[in-house]
Design a protein around this ligand. Structure first.
Ligand SMILES: NC(=O)c1ccc[n+]([C@@H]2O[C@H](COP(=O)([O-])OP(=O)(O)OC[C@H]3O[C@@H](n4cnc5c(N)ncnc54)[C@H](O)[C@@H]3O)[C@@H](O)[C@H]2O)c1
Length: 347
Protein backbone atom coordinates (compact mmCIF):
# COMPACT_ATOMS: atom_id res chain seq x y z
CA UNK A 1 0.00 0.00 0.00
CA UNK A 2 1.38 3.41 -1.00
CA UNK A 3 0.25 6.46 0.95
CA UNK A 4 1.03 10.03 -0.10
CA UNK A 5 0.71 12.68 2.61
CA UNK A 6 0.88 16.41 1.88
CA UNK A 7 1.78 18.73 4.75
CA UNK A 8 3.59 15.68 6.15
CA UNK A 9 5.67 17.68 8.65
CA UNK A 10 2.60 19.44 10.07
CA UNK A 11 0.28 18.37 12.86
CA UNK A 12 -2.19 16.16 11.01
CA UNK A 13 0.15 15.13 8.20
CA UNK A 14 2.80 13.83 10.60
CA UNK A 15 0.18 11.86 12.54
CA UNK A 16 -0.90 10.28 9.25
CA UNK A 17 2.73 9.44 8.39
CA UNK A 18 3.25 7.74 11.78
CA UNK A 19 -0.02 5.83 11.47
CA UNK A 20 0.56 4.32 8.02
CA UNK A 21 4.28 3.80 8.59
CA UNK A 22 3.41 1.70 11.65
CA UNK A 23 1.13 -0.37 9.39
CA UNK A 24 4.16 -1.10 7.16
CA UNK A 25 2.87 0.93 4.22
CA UNK A 26 5.20 2.94 2.01
CA UNK A 27 4.67 6.58 2.95
CA UNK A 28 5.74 9.52 0.81
CA UNK A 29 5.56 13.00 2.35
CA UNK A 30 5.26 16.28 0.47
CA UNK A 31 6.17 19.36 2.52
CA UNK A 32 8.32 22.40 1.78
CA UNK A 33 8.22 23.92 5.31
CA UNK A 34 6.14 26.77 3.97
CA UNK A 35 4.84 27.18 7.52
CA UNK A 36 8.06 29.06 8.35
CA UNK A 37 7.29 31.46 5.48
CA UNK A 38 3.80 32.04 6.89
CA UNK A 39 4.70 32.37 10.58
CA UNK A 40 8.48 32.80 10.89
CA UNK A 41 10.96 30.42 12.56
CA UNK A 42 8.66 29.56 15.50
CA UNK A 43 6.12 28.19 13.04
CA UNK A 44 8.60 25.95 11.20
CA UNK A 45 7.77 22.24 11.09
CA UNK A 46 11.29 21.11 10.14
CA UNK A 47 11.86 19.77 13.69
CA UNK A 48 8.93 17.42 13.16
CA UNK A 49 10.36 16.17 9.86
CA UNK A 50 13.59 15.32 11.71
CA UNK A 51 11.56 13.38 14.32
CA UNK A 52 9.71 11.51 11.58
CA UNK A 53 12.95 10.62 9.79
CA UNK A 54 14.42 9.12 12.93
CA UNK A 55 11.23 7.31 14.06
CA UNK A 56 9.88 5.78 10.86
CA UNK A 57 10.87 2.78 8.71
CA UNK A 58 9.11 3.31 5.40
CA UNK A 59 8.84 7.08 5.10
CA UNK A 60 10.62 9.48 2.80
CA UNK A 61 9.76 13.05 2.00
CA UNK A 62 10.01 15.40 -0.95
CA UNK A 63 10.54 19.13 -0.60
CA UNK A 64 7.81 19.99 -3.13
CA UNK A 65 5.47 22.98 -3.21
CA UNK A 66 1.87 21.89 -3.89
CA UNK A 67 1.55 24.96 -6.13
CA UNK A 68 4.07 23.31 -8.52
CA UNK A 69 1.64 21.48 -10.83
CA UNK A 70 4.17 19.88 -13.20
CA UNK A 71 6.29 18.43 -10.41
CA UNK A 72 3.19 16.99 -8.75
CA UNK A 73 1.99 15.40 -11.98
CA UNK A 74 5.40 13.75 -12.44
CA UNK A 75 5.44 12.60 -8.82
CA UNK A 76 1.98 11.01 -9.06
CA UNK A 77 2.85 9.36 -12.39
CA UNK A 78 5.85 7.67 -10.74
CA UNK A 79 4.50 6.94 -7.27
CA UNK A 80 0.82 6.13 -8.05
CA UNK A 81 -0.55 6.34 -4.48
CA UNK A 82 -3.39 4.16 -3.16
CA UNK A 83 -4.30 6.79 -0.55
CA UNK A 84 -3.76 10.57 -0.63
CA UNK A 85 -4.02 12.45 2.66
CA UNK A 86 -4.07 16.16 1.83
CA UNK A 87 -3.08 18.33 4.81
CA UNK A 88 -0.77 20.98 3.29
CA UNK A 89 -2.28 24.42 3.69
CA UNK A 90 -1.96 27.99 4.79
CA UNK A 91 -3.86 27.26 8.01
CA UNK A 92 -4.51 30.65 9.62
CA UNK A 93 -7.79 32.56 9.52
CA UNK A 94 -6.11 35.90 10.36
CA UNK A 95 -2.88 35.50 8.38
CA UNK A 96 -4.72 35.12 5.07
CA UNK A 97 -5.65 38.82 4.92
CA UNK A 98 -1.93 39.74 4.81
CA UNK A 99 -1.14 37.24 2.02
CA UNK A 100 -4.37 36.86 0.02
CA UNK A 101 -2.86 35.53 -3.22
CA UNK A 102 -0.48 33.14 -1.50
CA UNK A 103 -3.31 31.87 0.72
CA UNK A 104 -5.55 31.18 -2.27
CA UNK A 105 -2.80 29.67 -4.40
CA UNK A 106 -1.80 27.20 -1.66
CA UNK A 107 -5.24 26.34 -0.31
CA UNK A 108 -7.43 26.38 -3.40
CA UNK A 109 -5.14 25.95 -6.42
CA UNK A 110 -2.81 23.58 -4.55
CA UNK A 111 -5.79 21.33 -3.76
CA UNK A 112 -6.91 21.44 -7.39
CA UNK A 113 -3.38 20.45 -8.50
CA UNK A 114 -3.48 17.40 -6.23
CA UNK A 115 -6.99 16.36 -7.25
CA UNK A 116 -6.08 16.60 -10.92
CA UNK A 117 -2.82 14.68 -10.43
CA UNK A 118 -4.87 11.98 -8.66
CA UNK A 119 -7.47 11.89 -11.43
CA UNK A 120 -4.83 11.61 -14.15
CA UNK A 121 -2.45 9.15 -12.53
CA UNK A 122 -4.15 7.42 -9.58
CA UNK A 123 -7.90 7.45 -10.26
CA UNK A 124 -8.50 4.47 -7.95
CA UNK A 125 -6.91 6.22 -4.98
CA UNK A 126 -8.85 7.38 -1.92
CA UNK A 127 -8.35 11.13 -1.42
CA UNK A 128 -8.93 12.53 2.09
CA UNK A 129 -9.13 16.32 2.01
CA UNK A 130 -8.58 18.20 5.26
CA UNK A 131 -11.09 21.04 5.21
CA UNK A 132 -12.21 23.29 8.04
CA UNK A 133 -15.29 24.48 9.92
CA UNK A 134 -14.44 27.97 8.61
CA UNK A 135 -16.27 26.95 5.42
CA UNK A 136 -19.44 27.77 7.40
CA UNK A 137 -18.14 31.31 7.93
CA UNK A 138 -19.91 32.94 10.84
CA UNK A 139 -23.26 31.24 10.09
CA UNK A 140 -22.91 29.07 13.27
CA UNK A 141 -23.11 32.33 15.26
CA UNK A 142 -26.75 32.68 14.18
CA UNK A 143 -27.83 29.91 16.57
CA UNK A 144 -29.42 31.29 19.74
CA UNK A 145 -26.93 31.24 22.62
CA UNK A 146 -27.10 31.69 26.37
CA UNK A 147 -24.29 33.02 28.54
CA UNK A 148 -23.11 30.79 31.38
CA UNK A 149 -20.44 31.64 33.98
CA UNK A 150 -17.53 30.32 31.96
CA UNK A 151 -18.87 29.67 28.44
CA UNK A 152 -21.40 30.44 25.75
CA UNK A 153 -23.86 27.60 25.29
CA UNK A 154 -26.56 26.75 22.73
CA UNK A 155 -29.88 28.02 24.07
CA UNK A 156 -31.97 25.51 22.15
CA UNK A 157 -31.78 21.88 23.29
CA UNK A 158 -32.11 20.78 19.64
CA UNK A 159 -28.64 22.27 18.99
CA UNK A 160 -26.95 20.32 21.81
CA UNK A 161 -24.87 18.09 19.48
CA UNK A 162 -23.54 21.11 17.61
CA UNK A 163 -23.11 22.06 13.96
CA UNK A 164 -24.01 19.50 11.30
CA UNK A 165 -22.89 19.33 7.66
CA UNK A 166 -26.09 20.97 6.39
CA UNK A 167 -25.13 24.34 7.88
CA UNK A 168 -24.98 26.75 4.92
CA UNK A 169 -21.58 27.68 3.50
CA UNK A 170 -22.43 30.81 1.50
CA UNK A 171 -23.61 34.31 2.38
CA UNK A 172 -21.63 34.35 5.61
CA UNK A 173 -18.31 35.97 6.55
CA UNK A 174 -15.53 33.41 6.18
CA UNK A 175 -12.27 35.39 6.30
CA UNK A 176 -10.13 34.98 3.17
CA UNK A 177 -8.79 31.73 4.62
CA UNK A 178 -12.33 30.38 5.02
CA UNK A 179 -13.10 31.38 1.44
CA UNK A 180 -9.99 29.72 -0.05
CA UNK A 181 -10.72 26.58 1.97
CA UNK A 182 -14.36 26.66 0.81
CA UNK A 183 -13.15 26.71 -2.79
CA UNK A 184 -10.98 23.67 -2.05
CA UNK A 185 -13.78 21.90 -0.17
CA UNK A 186 -16.28 22.34 -3.00
CA UNK A 187 -13.81 21.33 -5.72
CA UNK A 188 -12.87 18.19 -3.74
CA UNK A 189 -16.59 17.34 -3.47
CA UNK A 190 -16.91 17.90 -7.21
CA UNK A 191 -14.06 15.51 -8.08
CA UNK A 192 -16.05 12.93 -6.11
CA UNK A 193 -19.50 13.70 -7.49
CA UNK A 194 -18.59 14.57 -11.08
CA UNK A 195 -15.57 12.31 -11.74
CA UNK A 196 -16.31 9.58 -9.18
CA UNK A 197 -12.93 10.04 -7.47
CA UNK A 198 -13.02 8.62 -3.94
CA UNK A 199 -12.79 11.97 -2.21
CA UNK A 200 -13.75 12.51 1.45
CA UNK A 201 -13.99 16.03 2.82
CA UNK A 202 -13.28 16.46 6.54
CA UNK A 203 -14.27 19.81 8.06
CA UNK A 204 -12.10 20.19 11.13
CA UNK A 205 -12.99 21.93 14.37
CA UNK A 206 -9.88 22.47 16.55
CA UNK A 207 -7.33 19.81 15.64
CA UNK A 208 -4.50 19.55 18.07
CA UNK A 209 -1.80 17.44 19.67
CA UNK A 210 1.69 17.53 21.10
CA UNK A 211 3.31 17.94 17.67
CA UNK A 212 1.45 21.16 16.84
CA UNK A 213 3.78 24.10 16.20
CA UNK A 214 1.27 26.56 17.69
CA UNK A 215 1.65 30.29 17.06
CA UNK A 216 -0.53 33.17 18.20
CA UNK A 217 -2.46 33.24 14.93
CA UNK A 218 -3.06 29.49 14.64
CA UNK A 219 -3.26 26.50 16.98
CA UNK A 220 -4.85 28.13 20.02
CA UNK A 221 -4.53 25.25 22.51
CA UNK A 222 -0.93 24.50 21.60
CA UNK A 223 -0.04 28.18 21.88
CA UNK A 224 -1.85 28.46 25.22
CA UNK A 225 0.13 25.52 26.63
CA UNK A 226 3.32 27.08 25.23
CA UNK A 227 2.73 30.42 27.00
CA UNK A 228 1.70 28.65 30.23
CA UNK A 229 4.88 26.56 30.41
CA UNK A 230 7.19 29.33 29.16
CA UNK A 231 5.63 31.97 31.44
CA UNK A 232 4.63 34.31 28.60
CA UNK A 233 1.54 36.59 28.53
CA UNK A 234 -1.62 35.56 26.66
CA UNK A 235 -4.30 37.78 25.11
CA UNK A 236 -7.82 36.44 24.56
CA UNK A 237 -9.55 37.85 21.47
CA UNK A 238 -12.98 39.04 22.65
CA UNK A 239 -16.22 37.18 23.50
CA UNK A 240 -15.24 37.47 27.22
CA UNK A 241 -13.05 34.38 26.80
CA UNK A 242 -16.22 32.29 26.80
CA UNK A 243 -15.94 31.19 23.16
CA UNK A 244 -16.26 27.42 22.90
CA UNK A 245 -14.09 25.13 20.73
CA UNK A 246 -14.11 21.36 20.41
CA UNK A 247 -10.65 19.81 20.50
CA UNK A 248 -9.69 16.58 18.75
CA UNK A 249 -6.32 14.88 19.01
CA UNK A 250 -4.62 14.32 15.65
CA UNK A 251 -4.56 10.50 15.99
CA UNK A 252 -8.37 10.50 16.19
CA UNK A 253 -8.51 12.52 12.96
CA UNK A 254 -6.24 10.01 11.21
CA UNK A 255 -8.40 7.10 12.37
CA UNK A 256 -11.35 8.77 10.66
CA UNK A 257 -9.31 8.97 7.43
CA UNK A 258 -8.52 5.28 7.77
CA UNK A 259 -12.19 4.40 8.30
CA UNK A 260 -13.05 6.38 5.17
CA UNK A 261 -10.24 4.73 3.17
CA UNK A 262 -11.65 1.32 4.11
CA UNK A 263 -15.15 2.28 2.98
CA UNK A 264 -14.98 5.38 0.74
CA UNK A 265 -18.08 7.40 -0.16
CA UNK A 266 -17.12 9.67 -3.08
CA UNK A 267 -17.66 13.38 -2.47
CA UNK A 268 -19.00 12.95 1.05
CA UNK A 269 -18.54 15.70 3.66
CA UNK A 270 -17.94 15.10 7.38
CA UNK A 271 -17.59 17.44 10.33
CA UNK A 272 -14.75 16.31 12.55
CA UNK A 273 -13.76 17.75 15.92
CA UNK A 274 -13.80 16.78 19.55
CA UNK A 275 -17.59 17.00 19.68
CA UNK A 276 -19.59 17.76 22.80
CA UNK A 277 -17.34 15.61 25.03
CA UNK A 278 -14.15 17.55 24.20
CA UNK A 279 -15.64 21.05 24.01
CA UNK A 280 -14.47 23.84 26.32
CA UNK A 281 -14.24 27.61 26.35
CA UNK A 282 -10.93 29.52 26.40
CA UNK A 283 -11.49 30.33 30.10
CA UNK A 284 -12.18 26.66 30.83
CA UNK A 285 -9.04 25.60 28.95
CA UNK A 286 -6.97 28.08 30.96
CA UNK A 287 -8.40 26.62 34.18
CA UNK A 288 -7.70 23.05 33.04
CA UNK A 289 -4.08 23.86 32.16
CA UNK A 290 -3.62 25.50 35.55
CA UNK A 291 -5.14 22.47 37.31
CA UNK A 292 -3.33 19.79 35.30
CA UNK A 293 0.07 21.47 34.94
CA UNK A 294 0.14 23.65 38.04
CA UNK A 295 0.89 26.77 35.98
CA UNK A 296 -0.59 30.24 36.47
CA UNK A 297 -1.34 31.81 33.09
CA UNK A 298 -0.81 35.55 32.74
CA UNK A 299 -3.83 36.31 30.51
CA UNK A 300 -5.65 39.48 29.58
CA UNK A 301 -8.93 39.94 27.78
CA UNK A 302 -8.85 41.93 24.53
CA UNK A 303 -12.14 43.65 23.71
CA UNK A 304 -12.10 42.80 20.03
CA UNK A 305 -12.94 39.35 18.69
CA UNK A 306 -11.27 37.98 15.57
CA UNK A 307 -13.37 38.87 12.52
CA UNK A 308 -15.88 36.16 11.68
CA UNK A 309 -14.75 34.06 14.66
CA UNK A 310 -17.14 31.46 16.05
CA UNK A 311 -18.72 32.10 19.46
CA UNK A 312 -19.75 28.55 20.24
CA UNK A 313 -18.61 25.85 17.83
CA UNK A 314 -19.09 22.17 18.53
CA UNK A 315 -18.82 19.66 15.67
CA UNK A 316 -21.83 17.38 15.37
CA UNK A 317 -20.17 13.98 14.88
CA UNK A 318 -23.42 12.06 14.22
CA UNK A 319 -22.82 11.56 10.49
CA UNK A 320 -19.23 10.37 10.98
CA UNK A 321 -20.33 7.96 13.71
CA UNK A 322 -23.27 6.72 11.61
CA UNK A 323 -21.19 6.02 8.46
CA UNK A 324 -18.19 4.62 10.37
CA UNK A 325 -19.47 2.98 13.56
CA UNK A 326 -15.99 1.63 14.32
CA UNK A 327 -14.74 5.21 14.74
CA UNK A 328 -15.11 7.37 17.84
CA UNK A 329 -13.12 9.87 19.89
CA UNK A 330 -10.44 8.03 21.89
CA UNK A 331 -8.44 10.89 23.43
CA UNK A 332 -10.15 13.12 26.01
CA UNK A 333 -9.47 16.83 26.35
CA UNK A 334 -7.71 16.29 29.70
CA UNK A 335 -5.40 13.67 28.14
CA UNK A 336 -4.68 15.99 25.21
CA UNK A 337 -3.69 18.76 27.64
CA UNK A 338 -1.55 16.46 29.78
CA UNK A 339 0.35 15.23 26.69
CA UNK A 340 0.82 18.76 25.38
CA UNK A 341 2.10 20.06 28.72
CA UNK A 342 4.58 17.18 28.99
CA UNK A 343 5.84 17.79 25.44
CA UNK A 344 6.23 21.53 26.02
CA UNK A 345 8.14 20.91 29.26
CA UNK A 346 10.62 18.76 27.37
CA UNK A 347 11.38 21.41 24.74
N1 LIG B 1 -5.11 22.62 13.27
C1 LIG B 1 -6.36 22.98 13.27
O1 LIG B 1 -6.90 23.41 14.29
C2 LIG B 1 -7.19 22.85 12.01
C3 LIG B 1 -8.56 23.05 12.11
C4 LIG B 1 -9.35 22.88 10.98
C5 LIG B 1 -8.76 22.52 9.79
N2 LIG B 1 -7.42 22.34 9.71
C6 LIG B 1 -6.85 21.99 8.41
O2 LIG B 1 -6.09 20.81 8.55
C7 LIG B 1 -5.00 20.81 7.64
C8 LIG B 1 -3.75 20.51 8.38
O3 LIG B 1 -3.60 21.45 9.42
P1 LIG B 1 -2.38 21.38 10.40
O4 LIG B 1 -2.83 21.99 11.68
O5 LIG B 1 -1.75 20.03 10.38
O6 LIG B 1 -1.41 22.42 9.69
P2 LIG B 1 0.14 22.64 9.87
O7 LIG B 1 0.40 24.07 9.58
O8 LIG B 1 0.63 22.05 11.17
O9 LIG B 1 0.77 21.75 8.69
C9 LIG B 1 0.65 22.10 7.35
C10 LIG B 1 1.94 21.70 6.66
O10 LIG B 1 1.79 22.01 5.28
C11 LIG B 1 3.01 22.51 4.80
N3 LIG B 1 2.74 23.36 3.64
C12 LIG B 1 2.11 24.56 3.63
N4 LIG B 1 2.07 25.05 2.40
C13 LIG B 1 2.67 24.13 1.59
C14 LIG B 1 2.93 24.08 0.19
N5 LIG B 1 2.59 25.08 -0.62
N6 LIG B 1 3.54 22.98 -0.30
C15 LIG B 1 3.91 21.95 0.52
N7 LIG B 1 3.71 21.97 1.86
C16 LIG B 1 3.10 23.05 2.38
C17 LIG B 1 3.58 23.31 5.98
O11 LIG B 1 4.99 23.49 5.88
C18 LIG B 1 3.18 22.45 7.17
O12 LIG B 1 4.19 21.55 7.55
C19 LIG B 1 -5.05 22.18 6.94
O13 LIG B 1 -5.73 22.04 5.73
C20 LIG B 1 -5.89 23.02 7.88
O14 LIG B 1 -6.57 24.06 7.22
C21 LIG B 1 -6.62 22.49 10.80
Amino acid sequence: MRVLVTGSSGLIGSAAVRHWDALDCQVLGVDNDMRSTFFGPQGSTRWNLECLESETKNFRSENIDIRDRETLLNLFAKYVPDIVIHCAAQPSHDKAAEIPFLDFEVNATGTMNLLEATRQHAPEAVFCHMSTNKVYGDAPNELPLKELDSRWEYADAADWNGIAEDCRIDQTMHSLFGASKTAADVIAQEYGRYFGLKTGIFRGGCLTGASHSGVELHGFLSYLVHVAVQGKPYTIFGYKGKQVRDQIECSDVVKAFEAFANNPRPGEVYNIGGGRGNAASVLECIQKIEDIGGYKIDWTLGEENRKGDHICYISDLSKLRRDFPEWDIQVSLDSILAQMIEAEEQK
